[in-house]
Ligand binder design. Structure first.
Ligand code: TNX
Length: 486
Protein backbone atom coordinates (compact mmCIF):
# COMPACT_ATOMS: atom_id res chain seq x y z
CA UNK A 1 0.00 0.00 0.00
CA UNK A 2 1.55 3.34 -0.95
CA UNK A 3 1.65 5.55 2.11
CA UNK A 4 -0.52 8.68 2.07
CA UNK A 5 1.50 10.67 4.60
CA UNK A 6 5.21 10.40 5.17
CA UNK A 7 6.86 10.68 8.57
CA UNK A 8 8.57 14.03 9.13
CA UNK A 9 12.03 12.47 9.33
CA UNK A 10 11.65 10.42 6.14
CA UNK A 11 14.29 12.41 4.31
CA UNK A 12 17.74 11.63 2.88
CA UNK A 13 20.11 12.96 4.14
CA UNK A 14 18.59 12.58 7.63
CA UNK A 15 17.90 16.06 9.04
CA UNK A 16 19.76 17.20 12.16
CA UNK A 17 16.64 17.85 14.25
CA UNK A 18 13.10 16.61 13.65
CA UNK A 19 10.14 17.46 15.92
CA UNK A 20 6.88 15.96 14.62
CA UNK A 21 3.56 17.57 15.59
CA UNK A 22 1.04 15.00 14.40
CA UNK A 23 -2.01 17.30 14.66
CA UNK A 24 -0.41 19.87 12.38
CA UNK A 25 -0.41 18.14 8.97
CA UNK A 26 -0.86 20.44 5.98
CA UNK A 27 -2.46 19.35 2.74
CA UNK A 28 -1.29 21.01 -0.48
CA UNK A 29 -4.35 21.55 -2.66
CA UNK A 30 -5.17 23.11 -6.00
CA UNK A 31 -5.78 26.40 -4.20
CA UNK A 32 -2.40 26.45 -2.40
CA UNK A 33 -0.04 29.24 -3.45
CA UNK A 34 3.64 29.96 -2.87
CA UNK A 35 4.74 33.45 -1.85
CA UNK A 36 6.96 35.33 -4.25
CA UNK A 37 10.27 35.24 -2.41
CA UNK A 38 13.84 34.16 -3.17
CA UNK A 39 13.89 30.66 -4.59
CA UNK A 40 10.10 30.53 -4.97
CA UNK A 41 10.16 29.38 -8.59
CA UNK A 42 12.55 26.52 -7.83
CA UNK A 43 10.45 25.49 -4.83
CA UNK A 44 7.28 25.66 -6.94
CA UNK A 45 8.90 23.56 -9.67
CA UNK A 46 9.86 20.84 -7.21
CA UNK A 47 6.47 20.75 -5.49
CA UNK A 48 4.56 20.82 -8.78
CA UNK A 49 6.59 17.84 -9.97
CA UNK A 50 5.93 15.99 -6.71
CA UNK A 51 2.19 16.78 -6.42
CA UNK A 52 0.96 17.52 -9.93
CA UNK A 53 -0.77 20.61 -8.50
CA UNK A 54 -0.59 24.12 -10.05
CA UNK A 55 0.99 25.95 -7.06
CA UNK A 56 1.10 29.50 -8.43
CA UNK A 57 3.76 31.85 -7.13
CA UNK A 58 2.22 35.15 -6.04
CA UNK A 59 3.01 38.32 -4.15
CA UNK A 60 1.23 38.73 -0.82
CA UNK A 61 -0.44 36.12 1.35
CA UNK A 62 0.27 32.49 0.48
CA UNK A 63 0.25 29.18 2.32
CA UNK A 64 3.86 28.29 1.51
CA UNK A 65 6.37 30.97 2.41
CA UNK A 66 10.13 31.23 2.38
CA UNK A 67 12.06 33.79 4.35
CA UNK A 68 15.65 34.78 3.74
CA UNK A 69 16.83 35.88 7.15
CA UNK A 70 20.49 36.76 7.02
CA UNK A 71 20.61 37.28 10.77
CA UNK A 72 19.31 33.75 11.31
CA UNK A 73 21.45 31.05 12.86
CA UNK A 74 21.26 28.55 10.07
CA UNK A 75 24.79 28.95 8.74
CA UNK A 76 25.73 28.88 5.05
CA UNK A 77 23.48 26.02 4.05
CA UNK A 78 21.15 25.27 6.96
CA UNK A 79 17.44 25.97 7.22
CA UNK A 80 14.37 25.61 9.38
CA UNK A 81 11.19 24.11 7.97
CA UNK A 82 7.89 24.41 9.77
CA UNK A 83 4.75 22.59 8.66
CA UNK A 84 1.54 23.59 10.42
CA UNK A 85 -2.17 23.14 9.75
CA UNK A 86 -2.39 26.55 8.06
CA UNK A 87 0.75 26.41 5.97
CA UNK A 88 4.46 25.88 5.51
CA UNK A 89 7.36 28.24 6.27
CA UNK A 90 11.00 27.79 5.40
CA UNK A 91 13.74 30.03 6.73
CA UNK A 92 17.41 30.19 5.89
CA UNK A 93 20.26 32.66 5.93
CA UNK A 94 21.20 32.00 2.31
CA UNK A 95 19.54 31.04 -0.99
CA UNK A 96 21.41 27.73 -0.75
CA UNK A 97 19.73 27.03 2.60
CA UNK A 98 16.33 27.74 1.05
CA UNK A 99 17.15 25.42 -1.83
CA UNK A 100 18.10 22.54 0.46
CA UNK A 101 14.93 23.18 2.47
CA UNK A 102 12.95 22.90 -0.75
CA UNK A 103 14.59 19.51 -1.41
CA UNK A 104 13.56 18.36 2.05
CA UNK A 105 10.01 19.59 1.57
CA UNK A 106 9.62 17.86 -1.78
CA UNK A 107 10.75 14.56 -0.22
CA UNK A 108 7.93 14.92 2.32
CA UNK A 109 5.29 14.74 -0.41
CA UNK A 110 3.89 11.20 -0.24
CA UNK A 111 3.61 8.80 -3.17
CA UNK A 112 -0.16 9.32 -3.23
CA UNK A 113 -1.94 12.49 -2.14
CA UNK A 114 -0.30 15.70 -1.02
CA UNK A 115 -0.51 15.83 2.78
CA UNK A 116 2.70 16.97 4.46
CA UNK A 117 3.49 15.76 7.99
CA UNK A 118 3.25 18.49 10.67
CA UNK A 119 6.14 19.68 12.79
CA UNK A 120 9.54 21.28 12.53
CA UNK A 121 12.89 20.43 11.03
CA UNK A 122 16.03 22.37 11.88
CA UNK A 123 18.87 21.23 9.70
CA UNK A 124 22.42 22.04 8.67
CA UNK A 125 25.28 20.04 7.17
CA UNK A 126 28.01 18.23 9.04
CA UNK A 127 30.52 19.08 6.27
CA UNK A 128 30.67 21.98 3.82
CA UNK A 129 31.93 19.74 0.99
CA UNK A 130 29.66 16.96 -0.22
CA UNK A 131 30.86 15.95 -3.62
CA UNK A 132 30.56 13.55 -6.48
CA UNK A 133 33.10 13.12 -9.29
CA UNK A 134 32.24 12.32 -12.86
CA UNK A 135 34.94 10.95 -15.20
CA UNK A 136 34.28 12.70 -18.50
CA UNK A 137 37.68 11.67 -19.89
CA UNK A 138 37.33 7.87 -20.17
CA UNK A 139 33.89 8.52 -21.60
CA UNK A 140 32.56 11.92 -22.56
CA UNK A 141 29.17 12.96 -21.18
CA UNK A 142 27.29 15.72 -22.99
CA UNK A 143 26.22 18.99 -21.39
CA UNK A 144 22.63 17.73 -21.25
CA UNK A 145 23.71 14.48 -19.60
CA UNK A 146 25.73 16.32 -16.98
CA UNK A 147 22.81 18.68 -16.34
CA UNK A 148 20.53 15.67 -15.80
CA UNK A 149 23.13 14.31 -13.40
CA UNK A 150 23.18 17.61 -11.49
CA UNK A 151 19.39 17.47 -11.16
CA UNK A 152 19.63 13.92 -9.82
CA UNK A 153 22.34 14.63 -7.22
CA UNK A 154 21.02 17.89 -5.75
CA UNK A 155 18.08 15.96 -4.36
CA UNK A 156 20.58 14.63 -1.80
CA UNK A 157 22.10 18.04 -1.03
CA UNK A 158 25.33 17.25 -2.87
CA UNK A 159 27.00 20.63 -3.43
CA UNK A 160 30.20 19.93 -5.41
CA UNK A 161 30.58 18.28 -8.81
CA UNK A 162 34.19 17.38 -9.57
CA UNK A 163 34.75 16.88 -13.31
CA UNK A 164 37.72 14.66 -14.22
CA UNK A 165 38.31 16.51 -17.49
CA UNK A 166 41.55 14.97 -18.74
CA UNK A 167 43.20 11.58 -18.76
CA UNK A 168 45.23 9.29 -21.01
CA UNK A 169 42.23 8.51 -23.20
CA UNK A 170 40.80 12.01 -23.67
CA UNK A 171 41.00 15.78 -23.13
CA UNK A 172 37.53 17.26 -22.71
CA UNK A 173 37.86 21.02 -22.20
CA UNK A 174 38.73 23.48 -24.95
CA UNK A 175 41.80 25.56 -24.02
CA UNK A 176 42.43 28.83 -25.82
CA UNK A 177 45.77 28.79 -27.61
CA UNK A 178 46.07 24.99 -27.31
CA UNK A 179 43.47 23.85 -29.84
CA UNK A 180 44.99 20.43 -30.51
CA UNK A 181 44.18 19.31 -26.97
CA UNK A 182 40.53 18.93 -27.90
CA UNK A 183 40.98 18.44 -31.66
CA UNK A 184 43.08 15.37 -30.97
CA UNK A 185 42.07 14.54 -27.39
CA UNK A 186 38.33 15.08 -27.81
CA UNK A 187 37.88 13.83 -31.35
CA UNK A 188 36.49 10.64 -32.87
CA UNK A 189 37.91 7.48 -31.38
CA UNK A 190 38.79 8.95 -27.96
CA UNK A 191 37.78 7.45 -24.65
CA UNK A 192 38.09 3.86 -23.49
CA UNK A 193 37.68 1.58 -26.53
CA UNK A 194 37.29 4.75 -28.58
CA UNK A 195 33.68 4.80 -27.47
CA UNK A 196 33.45 8.17 -25.73
CA UNK A 197 34.39 11.07 -28.04
CA UNK A 198 33.57 14.73 -27.41
CA UNK A 199 34.64 17.83 -25.53
CA UNK A 200 33.20 20.95 -23.94
CA UNK A 201 33.74 24.24 -25.69
CA UNK A 202 34.37 27.17 -23.38
CA UNK A 203 30.73 28.15 -23.84
CA UNK A 204 29.55 24.60 -22.98
CA UNK A 205 31.61 24.60 -19.83
CA UNK A 206 30.36 28.07 -18.81
CA UNK A 207 26.81 26.85 -19.41
CA UNK A 208 27.41 23.83 -17.16
CA UNK A 209 29.00 25.94 -14.44
CA UNK A 210 26.03 28.33 -14.49
CA UNK A 211 23.45 25.52 -14.51
CA UNK A 212 25.12 23.90 -11.53
CA UNK A 213 25.47 27.23 -9.70
CA UNK A 214 21.74 27.89 -10.03
CA UNK A 215 21.33 24.64 -8.09
CA UNK A 216 24.02 25.56 -5.54
CA UNK A 217 26.49 23.07 -6.97
CA UNK A 218 30.07 24.25 -7.46
CA UNK A 219 32.10 22.69 -10.27
CA UNK A 220 35.62 21.51 -9.38
CA UNK A 221 37.57 21.07 -12.64
CA UNK A 222 40.38 18.52 -12.65
CA UNK A 223 43.37 18.59 -14.97
CA UNK A 224 45.19 15.39 -14.05
CA UNK A 225 49.00 15.69 -14.01
CA UNK A 226 51.89 14.85 -14.10
CA UNK A 227 50.55 11.34 -14.93
CA UNK A 228 47.39 10.47 -16.90
CA UNK A 229 48.48 12.84 -19.68
CA UNK A 230 48.72 10.69 -22.79
CA UNK A 231 45.95 12.65 -24.56
CA UNK A 232 47.88 15.91 -24.05
CA UNK A 233 51.11 14.25 -25.22
CA UNK A 234 49.37 12.97 -28.33
CA UNK A 235 48.32 16.54 -29.11
CA UNK A 236 51.63 18.29 -28.39
CA UNK A 237 54.98 16.56 -28.93
CA UNK A 238 56.77 19.20 -26.85
CA UNK A 239 55.22 17.54 -23.78
CA UNK A 240 57.07 14.25 -24.24
CA UNK A 241 60.67 13.53 -23.23
CA UNK A 242 61.93 13.16 -26.81
CA UNK A 243 59.58 15.70 -28.41
CA UNK A 244 57.69 13.10 -30.44
CA UNK A 245 53.91 13.10 -30.03
CA UNK A 246 52.52 10.03 -28.28
CA UNK A 247 50.12 7.72 -30.07
CA UNK A 248 46.49 7.77 -28.94
CA UNK A 249 45.50 5.28 -26.21
CA UNK A 250 42.05 3.84 -25.59
CA UNK A 251 42.94 0.96 -23.23
CA UNK A 252 42.48 0.98 -19.45
CA UNK A 253 46.16 0.90 -18.40
CA UNK A 254 47.26 3.53 -15.85
CA UNK A 255 50.65 4.86 -14.74
CA UNK A 256 52.53 4.97 -18.06
CA UNK A 257 52.43 8.65 -19.09
CA UNK A 258 54.15 11.63 -17.47
CA UNK A 259 54.79 15.28 -18.12
CA UNK A 260 58.50 16.02 -18.08
CA UNK A 261 59.44 17.77 -14.83
CA UNK A 262 62.75 19.05 -16.21
CA UNK A 263 61.39 20.82 -19.32
CA UNK A 264 60.28 24.46 -19.32
CA UNK A 265 57.72 23.70 -22.06
CA UNK A 266 55.92 21.64 -19.43
CA UNK A 267 55.35 24.60 -17.14
CA UNK A 268 54.41 26.96 -19.99
CA UNK A 269 51.76 24.41 -20.94
CA UNK A 270 50.56 23.89 -17.39
CA UNK A 271 50.33 27.63 -16.79
CA UNK A 272 48.32 28.15 -20.00
CA UNK A 273 45.89 25.47 -18.91
CA UNK A 274 45.58 26.59 -15.28
CA UNK A 275 45.08 30.23 -16.31
CA UNK A 276 42.27 29.24 -18.68
CA UNK A 277 40.56 26.80 -16.36
CA UNK A 278 40.76 29.24 -13.44
CA UNK A 279 39.27 32.01 -15.58
CA UNK A 280 36.35 29.77 -16.58
CA UNK A 281 35.71 28.54 -13.04
CA UNK A 282 34.08 30.81 -10.45
CA UNK A 283 34.39 28.19 -7.68
CA UNK A 284 37.35 28.27 -5.28
CA UNK A 285 38.94 24.91 -6.21
CA UNK A 286 41.09 23.66 -9.06
CA UNK A 287 42.04 19.98 -8.95
CA UNK A 288 45.49 19.10 -10.28
CA UNK A 289 45.20 15.32 -10.10
CA UNK A 290 48.58 13.98 -9.03
CA UNK A 291 47.51 10.31 -8.77
CA UNK A 292 49.24 7.19 -10.00
CA UNK A 293 52.30 8.97 -11.38
CA UNK A 294 54.23 5.69 -11.66
CA UNK A 295 56.05 6.96 -14.75
CA UNK A 296 57.41 9.99 -12.85
CA UNK A 297 60.37 9.55 -10.49
CA UNK A 298 59.73 10.53 -6.86
CA UNK A 299 62.12 13.46 -7.25
CA UNK A 300 60.52 14.67 -10.49
CA UNK A 301 57.09 14.32 -8.90
CA UNK A 302 58.08 16.61 -6.04
CA UNK A 303 59.71 19.08 -8.43
CA UNK A 304 56.58 19.14 -10.57
CA UNK A 305 54.03 19.53 -7.76
CA UNK A 306 56.19 22.17 -6.08
CA UNK A 307 56.20 24.22 -9.30
CA UNK A 308 52.51 23.76 -10.02
CA UNK A 309 50.99 24.56 -6.60
CA UNK A 310 52.02 28.25 -6.77
CA UNK A 311 50.55 28.49 -10.29
CA UNK A 312 47.16 27.46 -8.93
CA UNK A 313 47.47 30.13 -6.22
CA UNK A 314 48.65 32.69 -8.80
CA UNK A 315 45.32 32.35 -10.61
CA UNK A 316 43.33 32.68 -7.41
CA UNK A 317 42.38 29.04 -6.75
CA UNK A 318 42.89 26.52 -3.99
CA UNK A 319 44.57 23.38 -5.22
CA UNK A 320 42.89 20.04 -4.66
CA UNK A 321 44.89 16.94 -5.53
CA UNK A 322 44.71 13.19 -5.03
CA UNK A 323 46.50 12.51 -1.75
CA UNK A 324 49.81 11.49 -3.41
CA UNK A 325 50.23 15.28 -3.76
CA UNK A 326 50.97 15.36 -0.01
CA UNK A 327 54.44 13.97 -0.84
CA UNK A 328 55.44 17.66 -0.81
CA UNK A 329 54.79 20.06 2.04
CA UNK A 330 51.47 21.60 1.14
CA UNK A 331 50.29 25.12 1.83
CA UNK A 332 47.35 25.12 4.27
CA UNK A 333 44.97 26.10 1.49
CA UNK A 334 45.74 22.96 -0.53
CA UNK A 335 43.34 20.04 -0.16
CA UNK A 336 44.48 16.42 -0.39
CA UNK A 337 41.78 13.98 -1.48
CA UNK A 338 42.36 10.55 0.07
CA UNK A 339 41.32 7.82 -2.35
CA UNK A 340 43.12 4.61 -1.34
CA UNK A 341 42.00 1.56 0.65
CA UNK A 342 44.88 1.37 3.15
CA UNK A 343 44.15 1.98 6.84
CA UNK A 344 46.58 4.89 7.16
CA UNK A 345 48.33 7.49 5.05
CA UNK A 346 51.31 9.38 6.34
CA UNK A 347 51.25 12.21 3.81
CA UNK A 348 47.57 12.97 4.33
CA UNK A 349 48.02 12.93 8.11
CA UNK A 350 51.01 15.27 7.83
CA UNK A 351 49.05 17.67 5.64
CA UNK A 352 46.17 17.62 8.15
CA UNK A 353 48.61 18.35 10.99
CA UNK A 354 49.87 21.34 8.98
CA UNK A 355 46.34 22.72 8.71
CA UNK A 356 45.16 21.40 5.34
CA UNK A 357 41.56 20.25 5.06
CA UNK A 358 41.05 16.79 3.57
CA UNK A 359 38.41 15.31 1.27
CA UNK A 360 37.64 11.67 2.06
CA UNK A 361 37.05 9.31 -0.86
CA UNK A 362 38.24 5.89 0.32
CA UNK A 363 37.85 3.65 -2.73
CA UNK A 364 36.39 0.72 -0.79
CA UNK A 365 33.44 2.86 0.42
CA UNK A 366 32.90 5.79 -1.93
CA UNK A 367 33.94 4.60 -5.40
CA UNK A 368 30.75 4.53 -7.42
CA UNK A 369 32.53 2.63 -10.21
CA UNK A 370 33.04 -0.44 -8.01
CA UNK A 371 30.67 -3.32 -8.70
CA UNK A 372 27.84 -3.85 -6.20
CA UNK A 373 28.37 -7.61 -6.30
CA UNK A 374 30.52 -9.97 -8.35
CA UNK A 375 27.56 -10.28 -10.73
CA UNK A 376 27.27 -6.55 -11.50
CA UNK A 377 27.53 -6.11 -15.28
CA UNK A 378 29.16 -2.67 -14.97
CA UNK A 379 32.12 -1.43 -12.99
CA UNK A 380 35.48 -2.60 -11.67
CA UNK A 381 36.40 -4.50 -8.53
CA UNK A 382 40.03 -3.64 -7.69
CA UNK A 383 39.12 -1.80 -4.46
CA UNK A 384 36.13 -3.82 -3.28
CA UNK A 385 32.64 -4.95 -4.11
CA UNK A 386 30.53 -2.16 -2.62
CA UNK A 387 27.01 -2.94 -1.49
CA UNK A 388 24.69 -0.17 -0.33
CA UNK A 389 25.37 -1.17 3.29
CA UNK A 390 29.12 -1.05 2.65
CA UNK A 391 28.89 2.47 1.25
CA UNK A 392 26.88 3.55 4.32
CA UNK A 393 28.82 1.75 7.04
CA UNK A 394 31.82 4.01 7.72
CA UNK A 395 32.72 7.31 9.32
CA UNK A 396 35.02 9.75 7.53
CA UNK A 397 36.25 11.14 10.86
CA UNK A 398 37.70 7.79 11.96
CA UNK A 399 38.88 6.52 8.58
CA UNK A 400 42.49 7.74 8.77
CA UNK A 401 44.68 8.13 11.86
CA UNK A 402 45.57 11.82 12.29
CA UNK A 403 42.66 12.99 10.14
CA UNK A 404 39.73 13.64 12.48
CA UNK A 405 36.48 15.56 12.12
CA UNK A 406 38.18 18.99 12.32
CA UNK A 407 40.59 18.12 9.52
CA UNK A 408 37.84 17.26 7.06
CA UNK A 409 36.50 19.47 4.32
CA UNK A 410 34.06 16.69 3.54
CA UNK A 411 33.43 13.59 1.46
CA UNK A 412 33.27 12.80 -2.24
CA UNK A 413 32.11 9.81 -4.25
CA UNK A 414 34.12 9.41 -7.50
CA UNK A 415 32.58 7.74 -10.54
CA UNK A 416 35.21 6.53 -13.02
CA UNK A 417 33.87 5.74 -16.46
CA UNK A 418 36.02 2.99 -17.98
CA UNK A 419 33.08 0.57 -18.17
CA UNK A 420 30.23 3.06 -18.62
CA UNK A 421 28.64 3.90 -21.96
CA UNK A 422 25.26 5.51 -21.30
CA UNK A 423 23.72 7.95 -18.84
CA UNK A 424 21.67 5.04 -17.48
CA UNK A 425 24.98 3.28 -16.72
CA UNK A 426 26.12 6.37 -14.81
CA UNK A 427 22.87 6.58 -12.85
CA UNK A 428 22.77 2.85 -12.11
CA UNK A 429 26.21 2.99 -10.49
CA UNK A 430 25.33 6.21 -8.64
CA UNK A 431 21.98 5.22 -7.18
CA UNK A 432 21.38 4.08 -4.54
CA UNK A 433 24.95 4.42 -3.23
CA UNK A 434 25.38 8.18 -3.61
CA UNK A 435 22.55 8.85 -1.10
CA UNK A 436 24.57 6.86 1.48
CA UNK A 437 27.65 9.02 0.92
CA UNK A 438 25.54 12.19 0.82
CA UNK A 439 24.00 11.30 4.18
CA UNK A 440 27.46 10.70 5.66
CA UNK A 441 28.45 14.14 4.39
CA UNK A 442 25.39 16.03 5.58
CA UNK A 443 23.81 14.34 8.60
CA UNK A 444 25.07 14.49 12.19
CA UNK A 445 26.85 11.32 13.24
CA UNK A 446 24.13 10.68 15.88
CA UNK A 447 21.49 10.17 13.20
CA UNK A 448 23.53 7.47 11.45
CA UNK A 449 21.57 4.21 11.47
CA UNK A 450 21.41 1.59 8.73
CA UNK A 451 17.90 0.34 9.59
CA UNK A 452 16.56 3.89 9.33
CA UNK A 453 18.52 4.70 6.16
CA UNK A 454 17.43 1.48 4.50
CA UNK A 455 13.78 2.24 5.22
CA UNK A 456 14.06 5.84 4.02
CA UNK A 457 15.92 4.72 0.90
CA UNK A 458 13.13 2.34 -0.09
CA UNK A 459 10.79 5.29 -0.75
CA UNK A 460 13.16 6.45 -3.49
CA UNK A 461 12.41 3.47 -5.74
CA UNK A 462 9.08 4.77 -7.02
CA UNK A 463 10.34 8.35 -6.97
CA UNK A 464 13.34 7.52 -9.20
CA UNK A 465 11.07 5.53 -11.48
CA UNK A 466 8.72 8.52 -11.79
CA UNK A 467 11.70 10.79 -12.50
CA UNK A 468 13.06 8.45 -15.16
CA UNK A 469 16.26 7.91 -13.15
CA UNK A 470 17.82 4.45 -13.52
CA UNK A 471 18.99 2.86 -10.27
CA UNK A 472 20.30 -0.47 -9.06
CA UNK A 473 17.47 -2.40 -7.36
CA UNK A 474 19.71 -3.79 -4.68
CA UNK A 475 18.11 -6.73 -2.82
CA UNK A 476 19.36 -5.11 0.41
CA UNK A 477 16.42 -2.69 0.17
CA UNK A 478 12.68 -3.53 0.38
CA UNK A 479 11.64 -1.45 -2.62
CA UNK A 480 7.88 -0.85 -2.23
CA UNK A 481 7.16 -1.33 -5.92
CA UNK A 482 8.89 -4.69 -5.88
CA UNK A 483 5.76 -6.37 -4.52
CA UNK A 484 4.50 -8.82 -7.07
CA UNK A 485 7.59 -8.56 -9.26
CA UNK A 486 9.45 -11.76 -10.05
C1 TNX B 1 42.25 4.63 -9.94
S1 TNX B 1 41.36 6.73 -8.20
C2 TNX B 1 42.36 5.86 -10.57
C3 TNX B 1 41.67 6.08 -11.84
C4 TNX B 1 40.86 4.89 -12.26
C5 TNX B 1 40.21 4.27 -11.06
C6 TNX B 1 39.29 3.15 -11.38
C7 TNX B 1 42.46 7.49 -8.88
C8 TNX B 1 42.87 8.73 -8.28
N1 TNX B 1 42.97 6.96 -10.01
O1 TNX B 1 42.62 6.42 -12.85
O2 TNX B 1 39.91 5.32 -13.18
O3 TNX B 1 41.22 3.80 -10.22
O4 TNX B 1 38.60 2.72 -10.26
Amino acid sequence: MPESTRALGDVIPAPAKVRPVPAADFTISDSTAISAAPGAEQLAGLLRAATGLPLPVRAGAAEITSVLDETGEHGDEGYALSIAADGVTIRAATPAGLFWAAQTLSQLVPATGSTLPGGEIVDRPRFGYRGVMLDVARHFWTVDEVKAYVDAIVQFKVNYLHLHLTDDQGWRLEIDGRPRLTEVGGGAGTGVDGAGPGFYTRADYADLVAYAAQRFVTIVPEIDMPGHVNAAQAAYGELTADGTPAGPRTDQEVGYSSLVAGKEETYAFVEDVIREVAALTPGPFLHIGGDEAQATSAEDYRTFITRVLPLVAKYGKRAVGWHEMAAVELPETAVPQFWRIEAADEGTARAAANGSKVIMSPADRTYLDMKYTAESPLGLDWAALISVAQSYDWDPATRLPGVGEEALLGVEAPLWAETLRTLDDVLTMTFPRLPAIAEIGWSPRETHEWASFRRRLAAWGPRWTAQGIAYHRSPEIDWPDQAGIG
